[in-house]
Design a protein around this ligand. Structure first.
Ligand code: GTP
Length: 410
């Protein structure tokens, strides 16, 4: 399965929360508007469906109101009846041609739908309705609240709302149009931080993996080791959580899966000295990458955090440019707590990038937007499951569309 499909499927909890919220906002105070289009025209444009949406472009400044066709006067049908007719009709009713803003949103599959037989023969006009709500202070406030409850953070929510206000105040938008505008905003925030983990000519390149207990460090190391090995890199893993035999065993399982050696030390020994020895070994083996797992540490445990600082100091004794990457693994299900984790780990270790795990099964995926906006740290990869291929480089547009529930990409 392509990673975008997996992402949108697994970000379901986050996206459905946003979708439901947006629908409620537009329903509340929105007005049903008639949108009509000649079925003949729709049929004639069937072959050239709208080009794929590029949400990285700025959203348009103007939202044109749909212009009612002069004749014949269509009779608006109750929604329930329209649904019924559609159910009985073998082929779907045509969607009106997209107005400029609608072209920005996910109208492609509907717009490409075939008109009914009579419509195709006589080019009769088909009536459809869409609910749009005027962008005003109340609406913007509700939108801001929704973004906050979706873990995007207060500052980010305020900034995004201000941008939407600037471009759309007084205009009328449908749910799909708002989704599209929001996706463009989120993409814009995320684009600068979408940076794959950099690889350097330095051998071995030392990658220190840090994070709180259970964030997904070991799993992420296994997935990364597998991907780098597949890319032709010689990888060595060091099991730096010397206090938990189970953690070492788990890492060995991942090492076996990835076909990568795992260096260990006796239980209870100093993790800093293991890191030092592992560097010597990786150098002797001619490894390209040494990935050092570390024990999970709660950011409020000063002793454990000091131990991490010691690991960094000892690594530097061997190679003052190391660690070349210090990757902080964050668990998306912790929501806003991820922000304080970044702050604490940044003080102790020079965090160079982030990996966010467990975006599947949480409604808190929006926290990644808050992180990008607040810290501007590179996001190297995201995890959406426990399997070896459930980690992918971070793609801002795919993420934004999956988060907001735009599903029309093939
Ligand atoms: N659903 C899901 N589970 C994940 C993901 N990444 C890791 N996990 C699971 O999260 C749990 C903890 O992962 P670990 O890799 O052991 O986490 P850790 O940070 O090494 O944990 P400690 O060694 O205790 O600090 C395991 O059950 C993993 O299978 C992910 O992207 N999605």
């Amino acid at each position: 399965m392509a990673f975008f499909s997996k992402l949108k499927e697994r970000l379901f909890k986050s996206s459905s929360k946003l979708e439901e919220g947006l629908e409620a906002i537009v329903e509340d105070g929105g007005e049903e508007e008639l949108v009509e289009e000649s079925a003949k025209a729709a049929a004639s444009t069937e072959a050239d469906a709208p080009a794929p949406v590029d949400t990285t472009q700025d959203a348009p400044d103007v939202v044109p109101e749909p212009e009612p066709e002069p004749e014949p006067e269509p009779e608006p049908e109750p929604v329930a009846e329209v649904v019924e007719v559609e159910e009985l009709t073998p082929e779907p009713e045509p969607e009106p041609l997209a107005a400029p803003v609608e072209a920005l949103v996910e109208s492609a599959p509907e717009a490409a739908a075939k008109p009914g037989l009579l419509g195709r023969m006589f080019g009769r006009r088909e009536a459809k309705t869409v609910v749009r709500r005027t962008v005003d202070d109340d609406m913007l406030e509700s939108l801001e609240d929704l973004m906050i409850t979706s873990d995007m953070g207060v500052d980010t929510a305020m900034r995004v709302t201000a941008n939407i206000s600037e471009g759309y105040f007084g205009k009328k938008l449908s749910v799909d149009e708002i989704k599209s505008v929001l996706a463009a905003e989120v993409t814009r925030i995320m684009e600068p931080v979408a940076v794959p983990m950099p690889l350097y000519p330095k051998r071995p390149q030392v990658v220190l993996i840090v994070g709180v207990n259970g964030a997904g460090k070991t799993t992420t190391i296994g997935k990364l080791a597998s991907q780098f090995t597949a890319a032709g890199k010689k990888v060595v893993i060091a099991a730096g959580d010397t206090f938990r035999a189970a953690a070492v065993e788990q890492l060995q399982v991942w090492g076996d899966r990835a076909g990568v050696p795992v260096l260990t030390a006796p239980e209870g020994s100093d993790p800093a000295s293991l890191a030092f020895d592992a560097m010597t070994q990786a150098e002797a083996d001619g490894a390209d990458l040494l990935m050092i797992d570390t024990a999970g540490r709660l950011q409020n445990r000063a002793d454990l955090m000091e131990e991490l600082a010691k690991i960094v100091r000892v690594i530097k004794k061997k190679d003052e440019t190391a660690p070349h990457n210090t990757v902080l693994v964050l668990d998306a299900t912790t929501g806003q707590n991820a922000l304080s984790q970044v702050e604490t780990f940044q003080k102790l270790a020079d965090v160079s990038g982030l990996v966010m795990t467990k975006l599947d099964g949480t409604a808190k995926g929006g926290v990644l937007v808050a992180l990008a906006d607040k810290f501007a740290l590179p996001i190297h990869a995201i995890g959406v499951g426990e399997q070896i291929d459930d980690l992918a480089p971070f793609d801002p547009e795919d993420f934004a569309r999956a988060l907001i529930g735009i599903t029309d990409r093939t």
